[in-house]
Design a protein around this ligand. Structure first.
Ligand code: ADP
Ligand code: MG
Length: 325
């Protein structure tokens, strides 16, 4: 768990980039920071791994102030993905992703296994890509390697600063989907920065909208869309919030279908697929193409179960009633 308590950042030139931020990111949560350029998103991210020191307030990880951790210990536990990841050009993909595990003296076998699994999970067949050089990969493939590299040391926390912003829309969409799939498996605590509301609504368990170094609203995608706190939120939403309407699907999330939820401890121990409570209907349908049942998660807790047949029946009813939930 990451907690901010009254955190400020005043740069040496006197500019207040972050003004008294307080919020918590739960373990296993996909937390999205969004806001206009210059609102302080990158500053917030870099304060978490101490690339930037705070000017005031307190940041803690699992209840312990970040200043109490050894810097290496802190950084190794926090993966970091940037918009333009810089792979070492003279090293193979495998060598690039194993840099931190090497520093940590993780046994090679363990690293190899984890890296293979991660490469596969982001759609890069290890046998094909392991020995390639970064220059042989497309931009999208390089970003995938960046994600694998950030996860290679098996950190608890993953910080991502506009990781897909430089990619074309099709590649970007693919990487978003792969990241969601990956997160279903690995359950990291993710703080993801973007300035794209569509991306935020699609990925986030919760979204934190910032402006001029302050928090404007924190909420689930459904809360942000249906209960924007003020005109700034509404304006920032633009037509992104109309996503559900645009596709003709009811604007419901997995949690909204709560009447169907029945926790089932057998399934939980069975490695069943879990999805975030904020998952939109369009995403649900994608899952039900492959899964009979889905476990619904809030933060780290499983709060219930969605059954394909009953969910689809409920949605059919929704359509008949004109989509008015
Ligand atoms: P974002 O990532 O949301 O675009 P940043 O966190 O990069 O915003 O920047 C927040 C504010 O702090 C901006 O006004 C920016 O100009 C300023 N800023 C960022 N880095 C520095 C720095 N090293 N020195 C002075 N001001 C900075
Ligand atoms: Mg930034």
């Amino acid at each position: 768990m990451i907690s901010f308590e009254g955190v400020t950042k005043i740069y040496p030139d006197g500019r207040t980039a972050v003004a008294g931020l307080s919020f918590e990111v739960q373990r296993g949560e996909f937390f999205v920071l969004i806001g206009p350029s210059g609102c302080g998103k990158t500053t917030v991210l870099k304060m978490i791994n101490r690339l930037i020191e705070t000017s005031g307030g307190r940041i803690a990880i699992d209840g312990r102030p970040i200043g109490d951790y050894k810097l290496n210990e802190l950084r190794w536990n926090i993966g970091y993905v940037l918009q333009q990841i810089a792979l070492f050009p003279h090293m193979s993909i495998a060598e690039n992703v194993a840099v931190v595990p090497e520093l940590m003296k993780t046994p090679h076998e363990e690293t190899d296994k984890r890296v293979e699994r991660l490469l596969r999970m982001v759609g890069l067949e290890p046998d094909v890509y392991r020995d390639k050089n970064p220059a042989e990969l497309s931009g999208g493939q390089q970003q995938r390697v960046g994600v694998v590299r950030a996860l290679a040391a098996d950190p608890d926390i993953l910080l991502m600063d506009e990781p897909f912003s430089a990619l074309d829309p099709v590649t970007r969409e693919k990487l978003q989907n792969d990241l969601l799939d990956l997160q279903r498996d690995i359950h990291k605590t993710i703080v993801f920065v973007t300035h794209d509301m569509r991306e935020a609504l699609k990925l986030g368990d919760r979204i934190c909208l910032m402006n001029e170094g302050e928090i404007v609203q924190i909420g689930t995608p459904a809360e942000i869309v249906h209960r924007p706190a003020n005109d700034f939120v509404r304006e920032f939403l633009g037509d992104a919030g109309a996503g559900g309407g645009r596709s003709g699907l009811p604007e419901l999330t997995a949690e909204d279908l709560a009447e169907l939820l029945q926790p089932d401890s057998r399934l939980m121990n069975d490695g069943a697929v879990t999805i975030a409570g904020s998952t939109a209907v369009s995403e649900l349908l994608r899952h039900f193409a492959a899964e009979e049942r889905l476990l619904v998660r809030r933060g780290d807790d499983v709060i219930g179960l969605l059954d394909r047949e009953r969910t689809l029946k409920r949605l059919a009813r929704e359509f008949e009633e004109g989509g008015e939930a």
